[in-house]
Design a protein. Sequence first.
Length: 488
Amino acid sequence: MTAAGAEGAYLRALAAFKTPTLDLLHGRFAPFVIAALSVMFSADRATVAVADAHIEVGEMLDRLRNAGYETDDRRLPSTSGREVCRYWVKVGWLGQQIDGDSEVYRLTAHAVRALEIADLTGGGSRVSNSRVRTLLEAVERLAGNADGDPARRLARLRAERAALDAQITALEDGSADPIPDDELLEEAENVLHLSRGLPADFTRVAESIKAMQRDVIRDLRRDERPTGEVLREYLLRGQQVMQSTREGQAFAGALRLIGDPERIDALTEQLHGLLARPFAQLLDSTQRAEIDMIGRRMERGVQEVLTAQRRASHVIAGQVRTHDPARDRQVDELLRDVIAGMQAWTQTRTPETPVDPLRRLPVASIGHLRQSLGDVRPPGAPAALVTQGQDVEFVDADTRAWGGPHYAELEAHVAALGDTFDLAEAFEAIGDGARRPVDLLGLLEIAHRNGIADAGGVSIVEAVRPDGTARRFAFGSVTVQARKEERS
């Protein structure tokens, strides 16, 4: 081996051990992490509510400590369940997202792969006849498809047809021997081995879509390229994910299967039929449950990818509609300032330093604003008007004549009429300057304050407007009776 080959292999190994998968398997608390994740997540429980996960991890830590597993060579995390889960999110073993109205945890592709390598289901990864045959058949099919000689391909197809005809003849003659249970058991374990790789493949596709979403949003916010170019690149990358990667091809094949209800029904019937065979009794309960959930596991994986696609499309469409480069730059600068402030604060503080919470936002000390919604009183009376000591001058005409009632003149007139008087007669006795239509309304208001009574008739008065035009008004006769306490 050359020096360059050794160096390249070593660098690849260093990069591999920096991935969250191998970091999880070689970490200090790896046994606990694998055990906790395998207990919390299953084929029927792809997501766990954040609050539930914190409680479950905390309870598992307490039970293991009480059982005596906290020793020198068997270490357990000393923090709470919440802090443990937060750390798993930070190192890439758990993904955090919004599902409906709640926040949930989901296994990342690295964690799924680590669980497959640890293989706590008891299936093992031993070499079996079924697995070797699957490999040989895959190699033979690949070689046949890659062969450009039509004669050899035709000979291979005829040999396959001859083998099938021989099997059909043996079955028709009744001379075919049943397949032994141990071979069926190996094939069932091979099926389980293949099905366990599906969740990791689907999760990788979903994470690839999320990564593309983050890249698109970042490019749109930078505003360095046209929006159409960024979106075209996103669509091209999405197509490449489905065609050029193994997990993308697995998803495309599963999507074709999910789209055909007949194939789903056939798969379900086949799995139920397998579990009813005698050889299925050789499988343990966990393996039988896994076989029964293969169809649901496939449906759930496809749904996860489709959900990631819909969420990415929704987020990108919202960013395109509300894209404002200036505002985005302001938000980025604000976030950078907050992060810089947090980093500066953590350099002078320890994790044990108490932090005083902000219990409420400060109230601006502005005098004229109300302090509460329940206080409907005005902040204070307005300042009195300043008079100049002389009357105003009008250019064309005195417009004050078209204003409201002359209350001062009307009250002085009413005060001179005595305790009882007729409202119509009182109005007719007023001078022309205060006998306008609005003055009739003012007189009615003053009479109402003093006390009025219905006289049982109809009164008609004539009001004169400032321009000299007259107008007659009819109303129920009113007699004004002043209140005694007001007259005293």
